[in-house]
Design a protein. Structure first.
Length: 264
């Protein structure tokens, strides 16, 4: 890709992410490319999404339980206000009230959304286990001003699927589709392509129709991703989300492939 300055050569660079939520600052650093001519840095959208998910995962694990973190983890879970309101049996206005301090935050609702976020980050777990995670009830003076340095998880959807499968638990295709909010048929097609490359293998699940349980060739996520990259797998490739026709909610994903950060 040619830069706007006309230079086509790239150079390695570092990009720092920084976001403050409920008094805690989250930072991360990633390897990116820059223009060898003017120094503009190009940050793939997958890395930006990975940072947002890492922040959401940390908030979902530790809290604090408050309006700002509720809004952040709900968006990270990909749940619109209307959809969450239907799940909880409340109105979208109630959700909006929780997110703007007009109503006291419902702790059970916060924990449920946090569990949804962690399912997407770590893979499905029992809801009871998720709900037992202790969280700070609100931002305290001791917490304000603290900083957490995060390691960025894989950004692309195919990379996220492989990272989940490389965990300690063998998941079915339905488990992965539910955790990452993916269309099951599209996911199965992608899994079959990865299996043909020897990266994963399937085992039928008795009594569950055409469901299959998937096992990776290695439990080392980094090694599995390297093997996939060497095999020519497009790790940043998207996988279709489920169709939600008739719910009146748009479910768009960012379409841009990169973001340009101009060096100062």
């Amino acid at each position: 890709m040619t830069c706007r300055c006309g230079e086509s050569n790239k150079a390695p660079a570092k990009h720092s992410f920084r976001r403050t939520v409920a008094g805690t600052t989250f930072t991360a650093t990633a390897d990116v490319e820059s223009c060898a001519g003017c120094g503009d840095v190009y940050v793939p959208s997958s890395l930006m999404l990975a940072f947002e998910r890492a922040v959401a995962g940390e908030l979902a694990r530790r809290g604090p339980i408050c309006d700002e973190t509720f809004r952040w983890i709900r968006k990270a879970a990909g749940v619109e206000r209307g959809e969450l309101a239907q799940i909880l049996g409340v109105t979208p206005e109630t959700i909006a009230g929780w997110e703007s301090e007009r109503r006291p935050i419902d702790h059970a609702a916060w924990r449920l959304v946090a569990a949804m976020v962690l399912d997407g980050v770590e893979g499905p777990r029992a809801v009871r286990t998720r709900l037992k995670i202790p969280h700070r009830p609100a931002a305290t003076s001791a917490a304000i001003g603290t900083e957490h340095v995060l390691e960025l998880p894989p950004g692309g959807m195919v990379a996220r699927v492989l990272s989940l499968l490389a965990g300690p638990i063998d998941f079915t295709d339905a488990d992965v589709a539910d955790a990452l909010d993916l269309d099951l048929a599209a996911l199965r097609a992608q899994l079959r392509e990865l299996a043909a490359l020897g990266l994963i293998r399937a085992t039928p699940v008795p009594g569950q129709g055409d469901a299959e349980r998937w096992t990776p060739s290695t439990r080392d996520p980094a090694a599995l991703l390297r093997a996939a990259d060497a095999a020519g797998v497009e790790l940043d490739a998207p996988i279709a989300r489920p169709s939600r026709k008739g719910d009146g909610v748009a479910h768009a994903r960012p379409s841009s492939s990169s973001w340009r950060a101009t060096s100062s």
